[in-house]
Write a protein that binds this ligand. Structure first.
Ligand SMILES: [Mg+2]
Ligand SMILES: [Zn+2]
Length: 176
């Protein structure tokens, strides 16, 4: 069974990923934020997939990190966390991810905090890709709403994981 999404996904030029719950395991309450690199737990199937497909097309991250605005997390620690993720991907032969971050408090009412589309717009601009040529992989309603505003195709991470199991190079069909 092939859904429409996998047909259109083959033609995509950019993959945007949410971070927590997609690239890495979502922090378990009461800790709502990953505050240091030692606290990252990777979703290893997703990391391996990123390493493979990042050689074919650009892959980046769009993430709300309100912990920065709350001063729980410094920019330095955030950068270290993202370097740690990139190291993992590089070790598996992939290309480093570019990160688009909303550091603001929800109360600041910025234009980038998902479900607003600002981070996705920044990613499309940076890679010079049209909305219909991108896909966004997320795990929450705010992710799917941000994608919907721009009419970017949205894929839930659980569907992605299921598809990777069927085809490790989803949506492509290349050998190793
Ligand atoms: Mg998430
Ligand atoms: Zn923001």
């Amino acid at each position: 069974m092939e859904s429409n999404i996998s047909k259109s996904f083959v033609l995509k030029k950019l993959v945007v990923l949410d971070r927590d719950g997609v690239v890495n395991v979502k922090p378990v309450p009461p800790s709502r934020y990953i505050l240091e690199k030692s606290a990252i737990k990777f979703n290893s199937d997703v990391i391996a997939w990123i390493a493979r497909i990042s050689k074919r097309l650009p892959v980046c991250v769009a993430t709300n990190q309100q912990g920065v605005g709350k001063k729980l997390l410094s920019r330095k620690n955030l950068d270290e966390i993202h370097s740690r993720i990139n190291l993992e991907i590089r070790c598996q032969g992939g290309e480093e991810l570019h990160y688009f971050v909303c550091p603001h408090l929800e109360s600041e009412n910025c234009l980038c905090r998902k479900p607003k589309p600002g981070l996705l717009i920044a990613a499309l601009d940076h890679f010079n890709v049209e909305a219909q040529d991108a896909i966004f992989v997320g795990d929450s309603e705010s992710d799917s709403r941000a994608a919907e505003v721009l009419q970017v195709d949205y894929l839930d991470v659980e569907e992605l994981r299921w598809r990777i199991k069927e085809n490790p190079n989803f949506p492509f069909n290349f050998e190793k």
